[in-house]
Design a protein around this ligand. Structure first.
Ligand code: ADP
Length: 205
């Protein structure tokens, strides 16, 4: 029996705490593909309720064009083209699809990423593996397990300079509590990269 040709589709995941360079690494991989004249499409979660042109930006200021989306379904709609049903044919899939901050999309993005990889797309996802409590972030463990390649990046601990694997959440300068909501309306909050020793989560109130 003849082997079918290798189509190159696979899933790459880039994880680590805030400031570990996930966006930088996604931008680096995507830019190389663009230079090699591959067809590349990048997505990121939208803060508002429509998808629109946007950019993925690293904390150091590098950017790459992206489309802001609210959901995995938005990505599917954007890929198939909103007029595809009228025209009757689907546009070809990109060679490479990147998604930044993937942990903020819905869990359907896991199935979408796998389906795209099955169809020959190189899928590159960047996101937080842990939340501010250092608990696994939503559906991320399932993505990591299913990926062909996982790169776990570290930042630098702002207290001691050790490799930082965790995102310290501070509210009014104090460590957040375990049961604090993920979004605290009106609270002045910030994040720092911290190592295991200097990452602090206060007990529930
Ligand atoms: P991520 O997407 O993981 O949040 P980015 O790619 O946006 O990370 O930003 C990484 C950049 O953040 C670094 O190159 C550096 O300029 C900056 N940075 C700020 N704080 C730190 C830190 N504590 N450790 C490492 N880099 C940091």
């Amino acid at each position: 029996m003849l082997k079918s040709p290798y189509h190159g589709g696979h899933l790459e995941v880039i994880v680590g705490p805030m400031f570990s360079g996930k966006s930088e690494e996604l931008i680096r991989r995507v830019t190389r593909a663009v230079i090699a004249r591959q067809h590349v499409q990048v997505y990121k979660p939208a803060l508002d309720d429509r998808y629109h042109a946007a950019a993925v930006a690293s904390h150091a200021g590098r950017t790459v064009d992206a489309v802001a989306v609210r959901s995995a379904a938005d990505i599917r709609a954007h890929l198939t083209g909103e007029n595809a049903l009228l025209v009757g044919e689907l546009p070809p899939l990109p060679d490479v699809i990147g998604i930044d901050e993937v942990q903020f999309l819905d869990a359907d993005v896991v199935g979408l990423a796998l389906a795209l990889a099955d169809q020959g797309v190189r899928v590159i996802l960047a996101g937080l593996d842990l939340d501010f409590r250092a608990e696994p972030f939503g559906f991320m463990p399932g993505l990591l397990a299913r990926a062909e390649s996982v790169e776990k990046l570290t930042a630098i601990c702002t207290v001691c300079g050790a490799p930082a694997t965790r995102s310290q959440r501070l509210i009014g300068g104090q460590p957040a509590r375990f049961d604090d909501p993920v979004v605290l309306v009106g609270a002045q909050e910030s994040y720092e990269a911290r190592c295991r020793v200097h990452h602090v989560v206060l007990d529930s109130a």
